[in-house]
Design a protein around this ligand. Structure first.
Ligand code: ADP
Length: 459
């Protein structure tokens, strides 16, 4: 029961009373004491709440694991299944091409999931790096709507783009992250819409004022979101339908990432929705119009485009690859055949040091070394440090599946000049080689002097 203490404060009390009888055994009253059990009751409530929270977190974790497992296994099924079919003799060329397309598509969705998990981990650890640059707004709109337009068309949906002029020509922001947000919103809009249209509208609020904001609104005529769930859709792993019978794929990470990216860019992401009618996501981004000449921003320039194999100009040079995984070696051998430079392979870190040493002593030093960081006998970090210590000045490029926050910095600190995260695409490899092989030739400058022929240097 709730009573008031002498000082007027309410408290939860427990009454312990006993019946009082007179000398003839007749009940004449009660005698009792009131105990203030407020603290105990509060502690019990807190414990019950904590238990509920723990159970909810456990449920979310189980659902997430089930979803991630599903999201991993689905593309894996595509990759393994179609690779097996591809090995059958006498397969018509058009089927081969189709199976290859499906394998690539499955690989891309696997990569998307892994990148999503890494992005979230980076954001949660406050280790997101933004690369702000001057970017042409129209190109960004074009990039994101081209991809979404294809997906929309394949579902029979229309994708409209509405530009409300005046709009700035260039904006100063991180174009990759801006694209990521818009692409995600557009992909969701297409995914959760069965008929009707998806629309991206862009307008500038308070144009040319100090507080000018670009407003991107992605609206759809899809399934909508129940009002009670609207404030939870930005939580990691939340899905309106997280059940095993859900219709739509996804791991529930996209919006959580977009929400935090929007904040990191100084903007804000909000949602409105009406169940069964559609949803609108609005991303407002503060803009500082930029007068500098915009960079030529190629969509996915830093991405994983395996490309068509059309090499504009063959690259020259001699490259050493330190890699122990035979599949990656095979893949890179094929890529190098298309790109031009000669490739030699070291299977472990020690051999990489020895070959590098040998090459300079032979007077034909490698023009570039690609270094997997996880290598048998001597890891890539030690190889890089040792080569640098021995005076190697040629480019060392880390090629690694370690793509967590801080991995790039660790590679650079060990002495590498650049960093490529696996999986590597042909276009990305060409770009890196072009950059680091510029002006090099097989008989170019010797990257370091020959001090101890035949012997690796350093510790
Ligand atoms: P997912 O990978 O599940 O799509 P998101 O974080 O992108 O993850 O979205 C979280 C959830 O929000 C989705 O599972 C879906 O329930 C809901 N949602 C997101 N966008 C839309 C939309 N345009 N229409 C309806 N529901 C949406």
């Amino acid at each position: 029961m709730t009573v008031h203490r002498a000082d007027g404060r309410p408290c939860v009390a427990m009454l312990l009373a006993s019946l009082v009888r007179n000398t003839h055994g007749v009940p004449v009253g009660f005698m009792g004491s009131l105990f203030d059990i407020t603290d105990r009751v509060r502690a019990e409530q807190a414990m019950a709440e904590a238990k509920q929270l723990a159970e909810a977190a456990n449920r979310a974790k189980t659902e997430f694991l089930a979803n991630v497992s599903h999201e991993l296994r689905t593309p894996m099924t595509g990759i393994l299944g179609f690779s097996e079919l591809l090995g059958r003799p006498g397969l018509p060329a058009d089927q081969q091409a189709e199976f290859l397309r499906l394998i690539r598509q499955s690989g891309e969705s696997l990569l998307k999931l892994v990148n999503g998990i890494l992005d979230l981990a980076r954001i949660e650890a406050d280790r997101l790096t933004l690369r702000k640059t001057s970017c042409p707004l129209e190109q960004i709109i074009g990039d994101v709507t081209t991809a979404a337009g294809l997906e929309a068309a394949s579902k029979g949906l229309q994708l409209r783009v509405v530009r409300q002029e005046p709009l700035p020509e260039t904006i100063l922001t991180d174009p990759q992250r801006l694209r990521q947000i818009l692409q995600n919103l557009l992909q969701n809009a297409v995914k959760f819409t069965e008929r009707g249209e998806v629309c991206l509208s862009v307008r500038c609020v308070d144009h040319e004022q100090p507080g000018a904001r670009l407003q991107f609104a992605v609206s759809d005529t899809g399934i909508g979101i129940p009002a009670g769930d609207l404030d939870r859709i930005f939580l990691p792993f939340f899905q309106v339908d997280g059940s095993a019978t859900r219709r739509y794929g996804g791991a529930g990470l996209g919006l959580a990432i977009c929400f935090r990216l929007a904040q990191a860019l100084g903007g804000e992401l909000t949602a409105q929705s009406s169940l069964g009618q559609g949803s609108t996501f609005v991303f407002a981004l503060p803009v500082a119009a930029d007068d500098k000449r915009p960079e030529n921003l190629t969509p996915g320039a830093a991405g994983n485009d395996a490309g068509s194999g059309n090499v504009p100009t063959a690259l020259r040079g001699r490259v050493l690859l330190a890699e122990d995984d035979p599949t990656t070696c095979e893949l890179l051998r094929h890529m190098f055949q298309q790109l031009g430079p000669e490739l030699e392979v070291a299977e472990n870190g020690r051999q990489a040091c020895e070959l590098a040493e040998q090459s300079r002593c032979d007077g034909r030093p490698y023009d570039l070394i690609l270094l997997d960081m996880q290598l048998p006998l001597m890891n890539g970090y030690d190889v890089a440090a040792r080569l640098r210590q021995a005076g190697w000045q040629g480019p060392l490029i880390a090629v690694t599946a370690h793509a967590m926050a801080g991995d790039r910095e660790r590679c650079l600190a060990a002495g590498c000049d650049d960093y490529l995260a696996k999986p590597i695409g042909l276009a990305q490899l060409r770009e890196t080689l072009t950059q680091h092989l510029a002006g090099k030739s097989a008989t170019g400058d010797i990257p370091f002097g020959c001090k101890h022929p035949g012997q690796p240097e350093g510790n």
